[in-house]
Design a protein around this ligand. Structure first.
Ligand SMILES: [Ca+2]
Ligand SMILES: [Ca+2]
Length: 454
């Protein structure tokens, strides 16, 4: 998110990116439009299926699983939206369903970085704005850029937050390497240990006795946990030469130094005060800025696809360049410890976040054209029906994808009736010979209509 508002042409830098994997071709379905600078998409993990869209200006909008608008969920006030500032992230407490706590991260009216907690009101679609408490304010003087950041809860219930290095260029104060400054870091907070201000404590095994969990980051604007295994994937926005993707397994991330400003990607940047290269953890993937063909500017780190609709896409980490619209599809082989990467341009650019729904389907937000986009794969589709109800109601299907009247080949239909009750399907459906129809949970379903096997 380095270059929202301007574009700099640099000399062409030739890279040698090997294209190794036959990744599925991806495209977008626009599912919600007319948003105002949507900067993040998240879910509440409360089995409601609702989709929450965070807008840079401070509003959070809540939608039903079928993309119909419910209402404005929250407006965060007292923020600055200059340049890269604004409301940047929202995370729901893992036990949100019971305690109603949610956390937001933004630049406050003075430009400092702030982590705050709210609580839901009696209306499940409306936050009690008077409930706001500030957990942490991190001084971020001088510059409006490089704020980070994204919030996620880890498997141990701690809250993780990525912060930018303080901005400008070159990290002149050397914040990212300074383990007593909270800029240019992955931070970690224990939020369930106290009910009094500041509503968190430092986890006992944080490596430096403060909120820092890992360091040496420049602008880790977007990052994620792999929902399968909590591997940490960080997109770190580079200076002038390289954008980078960092990946560590969950149990090998604490205390890691990701290198900035000693290194930009794998290349030395400013060696003043730096130790030997072995002290630093280098990215698993970098791309030159701009690559041949031109136009890259800022990486938006994404997620590993763990959804069910597109079996060929499973296990791929997706990231995108904000400026070029170039997507990076990285498949990590945990046995060989290798990373196969392929690229694809999906225009227009403007992607500032990837996020999952509760069921694990992957979405992206486009800051510039105000859209929520569902990631679509060219590979086979597994249409999965959940619960009980009508075949032709989109929200009964995983990813809101109803099988088309005539299915393409190589698809599966998975019927997953919920426990109890009879699954009745009102259906007019023609399926090619050889299509697998799988009924799970040892249940039966009854068809009203025509299910024609060709
Ligand atoms: Ca780095
Ligand atoms: Ca995200």
């Amino acid at each position: 998110m380095k270059r929202f508002f301007f574009f700099v042409l640099l000399p062409v830098f030739t890279s040698s990116i090997a294209v190794l994997a036959q990744a599925p071709v991806i495209s977008f379905d626009t599912v919600i439009s007319g948003l105002s600078q949507p900067i993040e998409v998240v879910h509440a993990g409360d089995s409601s299926g609702r989709i929450f869209i965070v807008q840079k200006g401070g509003a959070v909008r809540v939608y039903n699983k079928d993309y119909s608008f419910r209402r404005n969920f929250l407006v965060v006030t007292g923020i600055s939206t200059l340049g890269e500032q604004g409301l940047l992230s929202l995370a729901f407490h893992p036990d949100y369903k019971n305690n109603g706590f949610l956390y937001v991260y933004y630049a406050n009216s003075g430009g400092d970085l702030e982590l705050a907690r709210y609580r839901i009101s009696a209306n499940p679609d409306s936050v009690n704005v008077a409930s706001r408490v500030i957990l942490k304010t991190i001084p971020h003087p001088t510059n409006t850029n490089h704020n980070g950041g994204e919030l996620h809860f880890g498997p141990e219930g701690y809250l993780y937050l990525s912060t930018g290095d303080g901005g400008g260029g070159g990290d002149v104060p050397n914040n990212a390497q300074n383990t007593s400054v909270l800029l240019g870091k992955m931070l970690r907070f224990a939020v369930d240990t106290t009910s009094v201000a500041p509503y968190y404590t430092v986890p006992a095994d944080n490596p430096f006795g403060n909120e820092i969990f890992a360091y040496g980051l420049r602008n880790p604007f977007r990052w994620s946990f792999d929902r399968l295994n909590y591997d940490m994937w960080i997109g770190d926005v580079g200076q002038d030469r390289f954008e980078e993707v960092n990946h560590r397994r969950y149990d090998s991330t604490r205390g890691i130094n990701y290198g900035w400003r000693c290194y930009e990607g794998g290349a030395a940047y400013n060696s003043s005060g730096c130790g030997p290269a072995a002290n630093y953890t280098f990215p698993v993937y970098t791309y030159a800025l701009p690559p041949t063909g031109g136009g890259s500017g800022s990486i938006t780190g994404g997620n590993v696809y763990r959804g069910e609709l597109y079996p060929d896409l499973k296990g791929y980490y997706l990231a995108a360049d904000y400026t070029s619209g170039r997507f990076y599809k990285i498949k990590f082989d945990s046995v060989a410890n290798t990373y196969d990467t392929s690229t694809q341009v999906v225009l227009p650019g403007g992607i500032v976040d990837f996020g999952e729904t509760e069921e694990g389907e992957l979405y992206a937000t486009n800051l510039n054209n105000g859209r929520l986009l569902r990631i679509v794969s060219s590979g086979p589709v597994h249409y999965t029906f959940n619960g009980n109800g009508n075949w032709d109601i989109a929200s009964n299907w995983m990813g809101n994808k109803i099988p088309p009247a005539t299915l393409p080949v190589n698809c599966k239909i998975i019927i997953r009736p919920s426990a109890g009750g009879e699954c009745v399907l009102n259906v007019q459906q023609t399926v090619p010979a050889g299509t697998e129809i799988i009924v799970e949970n040892d249940k039966q379903f009854r068809i009203n209509g025509n299910l024609t096997i060709q």
